[in-house]
Design a protein around this ligand. Structure first.
Ligand SMILES: [Zn+2]
Length: 234
């Protein structure tokens, strides 16, 4: 089995575990104890993000730590943000003539969307992949839209949780398998340029931020000087 097959199989395996974990949490824990359910979903997201980083041989550092901490804290920042959102947006919404029953769901959806922008930015910090940012943003917009139209419907919540985690884990695994392969072969994941020996953190050809360790990149290739023999022409 080639190393490339191993990388892809690991990525698919992690994705599957992420989806099954999200389904189990959304089915059993979330309806019984919403607070614990949100915490568990955040920790699950942190776990597959960490797995993606390990698979991709991502360099350790603050830009890797921040998205992990952000994901792990999901169960904490979402309820706080939603309370804050309802409190600050409700008076304005009522002034604008929004029906009182819609103020809560609309403020929650708005906070969810803002959380999605922040989550996308955090994942961008971790992966330096614009595609991952847009995937997280679009998935969160879908979930926010679904929560607005079918608020508190358990089936919608269940489907939204699975869809979001399947999409985000899928996007991360897609990134990780490209990055893992690039790290192992010493080529840029975007433009396939040889990046061995590059030490300033970005691809010299396409300027992509390089966040993954490439063993070849840590060692500067020593220029091999061949003794040149000058045969003097007589
Ligand atoms: Zn490049």
């Amino acid at each position: 089995m080639s190393e490339r097959t191993t990388v892809v199989r690991s990525a698919v395996g992690i994705w599957l575990l992420g989806v099954l974990g999200a389904a189990a949490t959304a089915h059993w824990l979330l309806p019984a104890d919403p607070q614990a359910g949100l915490f568990a979903l955040g920790l699950l997201c942190m776990a597959y993000t960490l797995a993606a980083f390990v698979l991709a041989r991502r360099e350790a550092g603050l830009t890797a730590l921040l998205p992990l901490a952000w994901a792990a804290g999901f169960g904490m920042w979402l309820p706080i943000g939603q309370d804050f959102g309802v409190e600050t947006m409700a008076p304005t919404m009522l002034e604008w003539g929004v029906a009182e029953s819609m103020v809560g769901p609309m403020a929650s959806a708005a906070v969810l969307f803002v959380g999605g922008v922040a989550s996308g930015a955090m994942m961008y910090l971790g992966t330096a992949s614009a595609a991952t940012f847009w995937h997280v943003l679009l998935l969160t917009a879908l979930v926010a839209g679904a929560s607005l139209s079918h608020n508190d419907n358990p089936t919608t919540t269940f489907a939204a949780a699975i869809a979001w985690h399947a999409g985000v884990a899928g996007s991360l695994m897609r990134w990780a398998s490209h990055a893992a392969w690039a790290a192992r072969t010493g080529v840029c994941p975007r433009c396939q340029e040889d990046i061995r020996g590059v030490t300033d953190g970005s691809c010299p050809s396409c300027k992509l931020t390089l966040v993954c360790q490439s063993p070849a990149r840590l060692v500067r290739p020593v220029p091999t000087e061949q003794p040149v023999r000058h045969d003097r022409a007589a």
